[in-house]
Design a protein around this ligand. Structure first.
Ligand code: COA
Length: 169
């Protein structure tokens, strides 16, 4: 059985993340989306909120599971029996960082291979921080985040930023 992990902070999940997950999951038997606690990034959304968003966004993908983790990625991979790490690449600017991460992970366990999936050009401009910034000003996040999460996310952002602007979806 082939098991892969697709890790990230997902603060929040975007259409770009969902594109990578839905395209890559077809090539593995079990596809585990790993939601990183990532205290270094001080995420806006709690681990529970980010996990919930991932579960809702991937509900239609039968071999996809969502699990939170707060360890080294490679330890999480060993724990769930994954031999593949799947990451998305949007632009050359992503490459240097991702290359370094893949090498660190390979140095820690050469049995776990990192696979890169090229982002769909439609989504290369999207990032979680851009979504957070747009939402913080009450801008529309439609088309940036998974469709079945749009309304809920607008409400969640409103709670975080203390305002809910008209036309935010
Ligand atoms: N579409 C849209 N956005 C994407 C994307 C895609 N396909 N792929 C990445 N991104 C964006 C994210 O939205 C995020 O944007 P932001 O910085 O503007 O918010 C950015 O890329 C970084 O994504 P993030 O999910 O934070 O991933 P990361 O590359 O920083 O790594 C982990 C996150 C969980 C994989 C990494 O921190 C980790 O492995 N942590 C565990 C500890 C560990 O083992 N560290 C390695 C050894 S030092």
């Amino acid at each position: 059985m082939t098991v892969a992990i697709c890790p990230g902070t997902f603060d929040p999940i975007t259409c770009g993340h969902l594109d990578i997950i839905s395209r890559a999951c077809k090539y593995f038997d079990r596809f585990i989306v790993g939601v990183a606690a990532n205290p270094f990034k001080q995420p806006l959304f709690t681990l529970e909120e980010r996990t919930h968003m991932l579960e809702k966004a991937t509900a239609g993908l039968t071999n996809v599971e969502v699990t939170a983790f707060d360890t080294l990625l490679i330890d999480f991979a060993r724990k769930v029996g994954a031999t593949a790490i799947v990451k998305g690449l949007r632009a050359i600017s992503d490459f240097e960082y991702e290359f370094q991460m893949a090498q660190i992970n390979q140095a820690m366990d050469e049995e776990v291979e990192t696979f890169f999936v090229m982002a769909n050009p439609e989504y290369t401009f999207i990032s979680s921080s851009a979504v957070r910034e747009v939402a913080s000003y009450g801008g529309a996040i439609k088309g940036l985040v998974p469709e079945n999460l749009e309304l809920e996310l607008v409400e969640m952002f409103a709670r975080k930023f203390g305002k809910l602007k008209k036309g935010a979806v």
